[in-house]
Every structure is written in structure tokens, then in C-alpha cells.
Design a protein around this ligand. Sequence first.
Ligand SMILES: [Zn+2]
Length: 70
Amino acid sequence: MISIVCDACKKAIPGPEKLTGVKYVLDKAICKSCAKELDRQLAEEMGKRDKYKLSAYRNLYVKTLYKMCS
Ligand SMILES: [Zn+2]
């Protein structure tokens, strides 16, 4: 059995949640609550900007994700 560890909070993701509660982004696996936190940080950061650009969002997404997983 493979155990999946959240790359952000480093907690093992329990059995049933492996199917529904894991979000795979790039080469990272993050749990539900960390995915929520990532969304929250992104929304907050994007809210500060006057223009919404997809490329900026993508950059920020990756940056925030790697910050959380470092
Ligand atoms: Zn987590």
C-alpha cells in the first residue's frame, strides 16, 4: 500500500481521502485543507491586483504552491 503524504503540511493523507481528498498539482500532492489554504492565498493575492491575467495567476499559483510545500 502506498501512503500519500501532503507536500504542504507533511501529514499522511488517510485512506478514504486518497480518492477524494488529494489534489495533484504539478508534482505535488496536497490535502483538502491545504488546497483550501492555497485557494485562499491566491484569491487574496489576486484581489490586490487590478487586472486579472491568466499568466499572472498561473505564476502566482506555482509560486504559492511551492512556498507552501517548501
Ligand atoms: Zn496538507
